[in-house]
Ligand binder design. Structure first.
Ligand SMILES: Nc1ncnc2c1ncn2[C@@H]1O[C@H](COP(=O)(O)OP(=O)(O)OP(=O)(O)O)[C@@H](O)[C@H]1O
Ligand SMILES: [Mg+2]
Length: 333
């Protein structure tokens, strides 16, 4: 980097590899009157440059808190995080200048025009007025929003506002783009539009970190995923590897009108076994790599025991079943 004479700057050691983000023992505790809440615990993450990385977890898992710490908005209780070569607490200004953040809530200035929302962000990062306006206009065109440039931001739909926020986050060409639940609450068409935009950015080399509680979104977009639950990292790998690590098992769940124990007893004798059988009140759940005939067997066993079937579901290996295997409970976003 060129520094003018007399200009000194202390720069934290930059990683020499291609790491965009690395965390070590990252922790966040929110103090509460009724006992401290550990929102993120011992988080170890690595995101490579150019990667499309997803943070997947149910409501309250700790996704936004993690993004908050990586983007300098939330102060970690312990641990370290390096983003674009800078440590977040040692050099928050340096981190902020290298990242773009689209938060979960609409943070556009509703009273300003759309183009001004973007241009003002460019000015904030030191761009000359004409260059800021030019880049703002280009981004709005790229995102199919040219006709909204002079509309007030409060007049936008939820999906349009998301697109404008992504444009605003890209004004200063950030090294890492953070998107916190970019498609939450938008309709399917707007969600598809957002997916196309985000995919195109990634194809052009943008490092993207996205949080979502949609399993299909995580699978469709992300090259690697961190699955977090109650603030803890359960798995960090490609979606395929996470599914495979769950043993790639099919889950067959049958709910009867009464205690499922007699049917579960019979499930242990299903041909092709042994299968993994669990009973929870009226529900029996079989996890197996050999699912053929299991459902029919459970239905027959229930009938022989005088039980009536209320519900029966077969779930092939998926992130859903991986989550179930990792946590022992259903994924309920
Ligand atoms: N400022 C805060 N003060 C106290 N507790 C908080 C605060 N922010 C978050 N929490 C708590 O920390 C936990 C993690 O919250 P967080 O917002 O990180 O989850 P999330 O995964 O982003 O959830 P969602 O999918 O609902 O956005 C939750 O139990 C939440 O109630
Ligand atoms: Mg959140």
């Amino acid at each position: 980097m060129f520094l003018s004479p007399g200009h000194t700057r202390t720069v934290a050691a930059a990683p020499v590899d291609s790491t965009a983000i690395r965390t070590e023992g990252l922790r966040k505790v929110y103090p509460r009157a009724d006992g401290d809440l550990v929102a993120v615990e011992s988080l170890e993450l690595t995101v490579r440059q150019g990667e499309f990385f997803g943070l997947l977890g149910t409501n309250g898992a700790g996704k936004s808190t993690t993004i908050g710490m990586l983007t300098t908005l939330v102060t970690p209780t312990a641990g370290s995080a390096w983003v674009a070569g800078q440590e977040v607490t040692a050099d928050p200004v340096g981190v902020k200048s290298r990242i773009g953040v689209v938060s979960q809530n609409n943070t556009l200035d509703g009273a300003l025009t759309v183009v001004d929302n973007l241009a003002f962000r460019g000015r904030y990062f030191g761009m000359p007025a004409s260059a800021a306006r030019r880049r703002a206009t280009e981004l709005l065109e790229q995102f199919g929003l040219a006709d909204k440039a002079t509309a007030r931001a409060h007049q936008l739909s939820g999906g349009q506002a998301r697109r404008v926020m992504i444009g605003r986050a890209l004004m200063h060409l950030p090294e890492v783009l953070f998107l916190d639940e970019p498609t939450a609450g938008v309709d399917p068409q707007a969600r598809d539009d957002l997916w196309q935009i985000i995919k195109a950015l990634h194809k052009d080399g943008q490092t993207v970190v996205l949080t979502t509680h949609y399993l299909d979104e995580a699978e469709a977009l992300c090259q690697r995923l961190a699955v977090i639950d109650h603030g803890r990292l359960l798995a960090s790998d490609t979606p395929e590897a996470i599914k495979a690590s769950s043993g790639a098992r099919t889950v067959i769940t049958v709910r009867y009108d009464a205690d499922a124990a007699p049917a579960a007893e019979a499930a242990h004798r299903i041909p092709g076994g042994p299968h993994d059988v669990a009973v929870d009140g009226p529900t029996v759940r079989v996890r197996t790599t050999r699912p053929d005939g299991v459902l029919a067997h459970l239905l027959r066993a229930g009938s022989a025991a005088g039980l009536t079937v209320r519900d029966a579901v077969t779930t092939p290996p998926s992130l859903q079943t991986a989550f179930l295997t990792l946590t022992g409970r259903d994924y309920k976003p």
